[in-house]
Design a protein around this ligand. Structure first.
Ligand code: SF4
Ligand code: SF4
Ligand code: SF4
Ligand code: FES
Length: 492
């Protein structure tokens, strides 16, 4: 039984074991993309490289045999830099958007495609839940937001942008689901780590309401203070916003657990003595600095104020948990502008042809407008290992720009499993799995060199190649290349 050291930790393994097996024994995580337990190593991605200290060589941990006396380093700068280069190369030919353009542009990052999918399926409560979760005051914003998201909507390349702003008007549905649990979705307010702690938000404008709502969702007991007798801040001065819409949103937030202390002048000392954390979201405090306080700048664009409120709440939450102030941004692969043929390809994701008439609320709307969405986001934004590791190793998609970007293609869009060749990193796992599962046709690599790609042999349909191994292929595929059409992982 060879004994070797991984990052100084001693590991004794069976004969024939790999360096990766040894690392697992001592709980050292090595990133892999093309490795699957029970399959011969493919050694195609090379992300699992580690340093053999004696020889100074970088070796692939998934295939290198563990030899007695070996000294392995999995963390040195050289290993990190090699992994980053590998990811940058993979990303240079990766044709995929982790997030949809509309979500990126929305300052509050509403998960628009997900909301639209729920609407399209007639799940009004789930759609309203998503709008509420991400925007705090979605109905107010549906009246006054300039809708920058719609300006970035790809559907405009086909006919007209989706009327996203109208679709997050939740007043018709919001009362139906209240604060209850929606099947398949996590509860609106979860007893999380914030539980037991009390936080205060000074100011009840859009930034304050949004901060309070985010803190409430994170499990804090939250009180909003304002000298005004009604919550809403500058929203109360808005000429085109019906005040009953604002009242309903505030009422709903109160019903969800946010306390409001309105009217009498408040003493800041009283607040700082009684609460574990404070967010200042009121213009008159913005010039003053308080140690350990967090600031959510109110903004004349309410959606920006909402975004500021969420950011301040997240920062306070991290502070109270003793985490570093800045959370790492999620990695986001970007395709950029689509060619005309590619927009047509994405239209396969849309079940509706043309624009429909909008009615007053999404409850009445029936999802016909939502059905026009091209669903530009990725189907595996949470489980994609390429995204996870790109984030972890600080990869940069622009480091090695490709001469010509690959094409967006959707294969099998009418079937249960969708294959997007542009997202395939040619790891070979799906090919091995279909072989192991004795699929009659299965999958194979076709073409040569740069044009190599995964396909069902003889040009047959995806469903004929994946009769038994579909789920296994989707689960093993390290990216969003293979995904269930109706999969859709839920971002929280
Ligand atoms: S496959 Fe992964 S990296 Fe590519 S778009 Fe999807 S989530 Fe992003
Ligand atoms: S088509 Fe849908 S997912 Fe794509 S940008 Fe427009 S609203 Fe967003
Ligand atoms: S489609 Fe197959 S070859 Fe391509 S990344 Fe997914 S599992 Fe690997
Ligand atoms: S080469 Fe080892 S996991 Fe890909």
């Amino acid at each position: 039984m060879p004994e070797l050291r991984i990052n100084g930790l001693s590991a004794r393994v069976d004969d024939g074991a790999t360096v990766l097996d040894a690392a697992e024994l001592v709980f050292v995580e090595i990133p892999t993309l093309c490795h699957l337990k029970g399959c011969e190593p493919e050694t195609s991605c090379m992300l699992c490289v580690v340093k053999d200290v004696a020889t100074g060589q970088l070796i692939p941990a998934c295939s290198a045999k563990a030899i007695g006396g070996m000294e392995i380093d999995t963390e040195c700068d050289e290993v990190q830099a090699a992994r980053r280069d590998i990811l940058n190369l993979l990303l240079s030919e990766h044709v995929g958007d982790c997030e949809a353009p509309c979500t990126r542009i929305c300052p509050a990052h509403l998960d628009i495609p997900r909301m639209l999918r729920e609407l399209e399926r007639g799940h009004m409560d789930s759609a309203a839940w998503i709008a509420k979760r991400d925007l705090a005051i979605p109905s107010v914003l549906s009246h006054i937001c300039p809708a920058p998201c719609e300006k970035g909507c790809r559907r405009a390349q086909v006919d007209q942008a989706i009327t996203i702003r109208e679709l997050h008007r939740t007043e018709g549905s919001v009362r139906e689901f209240g604060n209850s649990r929606i099947p398949g979705l996590t509860p609106m307010v979860t007893p999380m780590e914030g539980a037991g702690k009390k936080v205060a938000v000074i100011g009840s404008g859009p930034a304050g309401l949004s901060s309070a709502w985010k803190l409430c969702q994170l499990g804090y007991a939250c009180t909003v203070f304002d000298e005004a007798t009604q919550a809403g801040g500058t929203l109360r001065d808005h000429k085109t916003l019906p005040m009953d819409v604002l009242d309903t949103e505030v009422e709903w937030l109160a019903g969800a657990g946010i306390e409001f202390e309105l009217g009498p002048a408040i003493s800041l000392h009283m607040v700082s003595d009684k609460f574990d954390g404070v967010v200042f979201a009121e213009t008159e405090f913005s010039g003053t600095h308080f140690a350990d306080a967090f600031y959510a700048e109110e903004h004349k664009l309410a959606v920006k104020a909402v975004a500021n409120g969420k950011a301040a709440a997240t920062a306070l939450d991290r502070f109270l948990k003793g985490e570093p102030p800045d959370a790492a941004e999620r990695f986001d692969s970007k395709i950029g502008k689509l060619r005309e043929s590619e927009v047509r390809e994405l239209c396969k994701n849309s079940s509706a042809g043309s624009r429909q008439v909008i009615t007053q609320s999404i409850s009445n709307f029936g999802g016909t407008e939502a059905a026009r969405c091209l669903h530009c986001d990725c189907r595996k934004p949470l489980s994609c290992k390429l995204r996870k590791y790109s984030e972890q190793f600080g990869a940069d998609q622009q480091e090695f720009p490709a001469d010509e970007r690959g094409h967006v293609r959707l294969i099998g869009h009418n079937e249960a499993v969708v294959f997007e060749p542009g997202k395939c990193i040619k790891c070979g796992l799906c090919v091995k799995i279909t072989k192991r599962a004795d699929e009659e046709l299965g999958l194979a690599f076709t073409g040569r060199g740069f044009n190599t790609q995964v396909a069902v042999p003889f040009g047959e349909n995806l469903q004929d190649g994946l009769k038994q191994a579909a789920r296994e292929c989707v689960d093993a595929c390290p990216t969003g290349a293979f995904a269930f059409k109706e999969g859709g992982e839920i971002k929280n």
